[in-house]
Design a protein around this ligand. Structure first.
Ligand code: T4K
Length: 416
């Protein structure tokens, strides 16, 4: 379909969607199928499907080598990996984390009856603000979990300094940050341990999966036991453990994906550059940037919408894009502190999180990855440009249409 020239052509106002098929954020990257199928056949022939099989072992070695870290323990997903890392590091009481993260970071603590204490972020980086972290430390605090949101590293040194001075453990939820670096050193080498996600929606996936990486050999040994029920040998359980194991099919997917890693990142990078050029100079539309001096996976294309400058708010823009089959997402709206059980436990937590509250109203994630190319990105940017250029009219018409279709919900209706 041709680019839209006037706002009457917008799908949310009755036009035909630009895209016939939905464009997703988090469309899985798949490596060479022949290589994958060969590995699947191999593991079937071997009849070794799980429990520290040869593919998992090879996968762990390769990840550790890539990151330059002493230990990698592959896991069934990053949420269980977080839970195990938290338990192995002996966190209890209260742990400071950002509210601006995927809910798994908070749930991994609460699941073990540890209280996540939500800390505000630095609006420039979207990551934990170390100055705010220090204010939240109490006698019950045992640790900090920083989250490298969008693959951009936390202020690792400041957090390490706070952790050291207050005798706290420091973990990093690096779910977004596989293959990213901080000051030239690969993420995975910081804090007591870091946790990667290899979920299907990540640029590199093992269907479901994750890993804990650490340079602490004793911690790694505990984690290895804990992810296998605490078994130290046949018939010998020496810890309270769980089942966090990665299976052989996931490792086969991972080994295959690793062979295409540079291609995945290259596609993401070129998509990011295409968005940057397509959205350049648009008032109120700010694409977050990455440090060219660092390694980055560019897996998230994140835009902040400043309603005052753009003339249109994030939620209306998301609604317009979704009608065009561009499934932009509001990661991470409304913030963990606004979700259960945290909202009920601490209904006024938002008062201490002004930057988080502001950001969750502005941020959106756009489709990228190997399922999207320059043509699609050009069209997505054209829609955004058209909307911002005619923001006043578009907003009035979209909102009046919402009132017609939902007269009782009115302007208060959640538009996405
Ligand atoms: N910490 C952080 C900071 C995280 O962001 C995450 C996960 C975790 C920890 C926990 O990691 P894991 O335990 O999951 O390993 C998705 C992912 O499920 C989640 O892994 C990810 N972060 C989060 C940011 O995004 P949803 O609820 O948005 O997923 P969903 O089903 O809406 O999928 C997103 C889009 O991807 C959809 O438009 C559909 C598309 N998709 C999805 C899947 C699964 C596909 O096209 N194919 C697929 O196979 O959470």
């Amino acid at each position: 379909m041709q680019n839209k020239q006037n706002i009457g052509e917008l799908a949310c106002l009755g036009g035909t969607p630009v895209f016939q098929e939905k464009l997703h954020v988090g469309r899985p990257n798949i490596g060479d199928r022949e290589r994958l199928f060969a590995r699947i056949n191999e593991l079937l022939d071997r009849r070794w499907l799980s429990n520290n099989g040869p593919f998992v072992h090879e996968f762990e070695q390769k990840i550790a080598g890539l990151i330059g870290v002493r230990n990698c323990i592959a896991m069934c997903n990053a949420t269980v990996a977080l839970e195990i890392a938290i338990r192995a590091a002996e966190l209890k009481g209260e742990v400071i984390i950002p509210s601006f993260t995927f809910i798994a970071t908070a749930h991994a603590l609460q699941w073990q009856e540890i209280t996540p204490v939500f800390c505000d972020i630095d609006p420039r980086t979207h990551n934990l603000d170390p100055r705010r972290v220090e204010e939240l430390i109490t006698p019950r605090t045992t640790g900090i979990i920083g989250v490298h949101i969008w693959g951009r590293a936390c202020d690792v040194e400041a957090l390490a300094d706070i952790a050291k001075r207050h005798n706290l453990k420091l973990l990093f939820d690096a779910a977004h940050a596989f293959c990213c670096s901080y000051k030239g050193r690969m993420i995975g080498n910081f804090g007591d341990a870091e946790i990667f996600s290899f979920h299907a929606t990540k640029f590199f996936n093992t269907f479901e999966g994750g890993a804990i990486v650490t340079n602490d050999d004793a911690l790694a040994a505990r984690i290895r036991l804990m992810k296998n029920f605490g078994f130290a040998g046949y018939d010998d359980v020496i810890y309270l453990g769980t089942n966090g194991k990665m299976n052989e099919a996931s490792a086969a997917m991972g080994l295959t994906g690793l062979e295409s890693l540079d291609d995945f990142i290259s596609v993401n990078y070129h998509n990011y550059v295409a968005y940057r050029s397509g959205l350049r100079d648009l008032p109120g539309i700010h694409l977050i940037s990455f440090d060219d001096a660092e390694r980055c996976n560019y897996q998230y294309v994140i835009v902040e919408v400043d309603e005052a400058a753009a003339g249109i708010g994030r939620d209306v823009l998301v609604r317009i894009l979704q009608a065009e089959n561009v499934l932009a997402r509001r990661y991470f709206y409304p913030g963990c502190h606004q979700m259960e059980p945290y909202r009920s436990c601490s209904p006024h937590a938002g008062l201490l999180l002004p930057e988080t509250e502001r950001l969750v109203q502005r941020v959106l994630s756009l489709p990228t990855g190997t399922a999207v190319g320059p043509d699609e990105i050009d069209k997505i940017c054209q829609i955004i440009c058209l909307v911002v250029e005619h923001a006043g009219d578009v907003k009035a018409r979209v909102i009046s249409q919402l009132i017609v279709t939902n007269p009782t919900g009115g302007k208060q209706a959640n538009v996405v």
